[in-house]
Design a binder for this molecule. Structure first.
Ligand code: KG4
Ligand code: ZN
Length: 361
């Protein structure tokens, strides 16, 4: 059994957790966080200086709330070192160094994106996951598609650093297949929420408004809003969401100029169509990448994976496509088992490290 104390401070969550491998499963013994969301809400987004100050104010409080007996038993300390806000990362790194010295434990560095990719393994059995996998990571900062394959043990030589776009995480090779050329999907949810008078972050608010639209019985079809879906090239796996955001901005400005108020009905209609457009692009690209690379498992991770409509639409589409094309191997699309593992959290950093020290069959 191997266990780790994980620290994640790359953006606006001061998150610490204790994760252990138990046979083929990854168990979260404790996961605690201070969320800075209310502190940044008033500014409509994350303010880096405030984020680093709050991490340094809160991290010892979060650490003190962890069970000291569990801390004593961990094999090492792991911490997110990249990518993220430099001033926020340094707080986590400093505390991790201090803890490693104090408790005479090894210190290991973990990539935040690897955390999102492997967050799907938390509380799942590794032997139930089939490879290769294709994973979409969609959050407020990043929006990528990766192919994850088991590294052939004959090829694996940890002294050789793989070259971009290939990376190694324990027994897995990670290959980036595509990324956003401008905004990330979550960032777009946040910006559109702001345009419609909603809060930061905006993902949950937009999906609530979209749900209200679907539940309302009266829709004026002559007022129907349609946003163009941007796929870039037909066969590529890159994304572009800035035009999505601009379409909302053009529509709201035009209504304003015409003296049409932004009513609750209009807000719900815009939120609905915006969410449908983003969800369609994300799901189609993921399924296409999965098919192109023969993936047996398809995953979505990152904050946007908490979106229920994305989960429902993507799974419905996959089912339809499998009826027409039996060569599609994956039979469902997974998301992290709990919503708390979708957004930034220390447990995902812990599991990414535990995999690095793991042999898999
Ligand atoms: O992964 P995360 O916590 O932090 C980053 O690494 O960015 O993701 C936060 C993002 C925000 O942009 C937020 O609006 C979005 O995830 N998000 C959602 C939902 N819940 C969070 N977007 C759409 N639907 C949701 N239910
Ligand atoms: Zn993240």
């Amino acid at each position: 059994m191997t266990s780790t104390l994980a620290i994640e401070t790359s953006c606006d969550d001061t998150s610490l957790g204790i994760v252990r491998r138990d046979g083929e499963s990854f168990v979260v013994d404790q996961l605690l966080a201070y969320s800075q969301v209310p502190d940044h809400q008033v500014y409509g987004g994350v303010v880096p200086e405030i984020a680093s100050r709050l991490h340094s104010e809160q991290i010892i409080k979060v650490l003190s709330a962890l069970d000291p007996q569990l801390i004593e038993k961990v094999d090492n300390i792991c911490v997110t070192t990249t990518p993220g806000l430099p001033g926020s990362l340094v707080v986590g790194k400093t505390v991790a160094h201090m803890l490693a010295e104090w408790h005479h434990k090894e210190l290991v560095e973990v990539n935040h994106i690897h955390g999102h990719i492997f967050s799907l393994l938390l509380e799942r059995d590794l032997k139930d996951i089939e490879f290769p996998m294709v994973v979409l990571t969609a959050s407020g900062w990043h929006n990528d598609i990766y192919l994850i394959e088991k590294t052939d043990s004959r090829q694996q030589d940890s002294s050789i650093e793989l070259e971009w776009p290939l990376q190694q995480c324990g027994p897995f090779t990670i290959q980036k297949l595509g990324h956003t050329l401008d905004d990330a999907a979550g960032e777009c949810f946040d910006k559109v929420s702001r345009m419609l008078g909603g809060p930061y972050p905006g993902g949950v608010w937009i999906s609530e408004k979209a749900k209200k639209y679907t539940e309302s019985e009266t829709h004026d079809e002559s007022q129907k809003i349609t946003f163009k879906r941007i796929f870039l090239s037909k066969d590529g796996f890159n994304f572009s969401f800035s035009w999505m955001k601009s379409q909302v901005s053009i529509l709201t400005r035009k209504r304003e100029e015409e003296g049409i108020p932004l009513t609750e009905d209009l807000i719900c209609a815009v939120a609905y169509e915006f969410q449908e457009a983003v969800v369609e692009v994300l799901a189609k690209k993921l399924i296409k990448a999965g098919h192109a690379y023969g993936a047996k498992t398809l995953w979505i991770s990152g904050g946007v994976s908490a979106n229920d409509r994305l989960f429902e639409y993507a799974n419905g589409l996959l089912k339809e496509k499998r009826i027409k094309d039996t060569r599609i191997l994956a039979d469902r699309i997974l998301t992290p088992i709990k919503k708390v593992y979708s957004t930034d959290n220390a447990a995902m950093i812990g599991v990414a490290w535990l995999l690095q020290s793991t042999d898999i069959a």
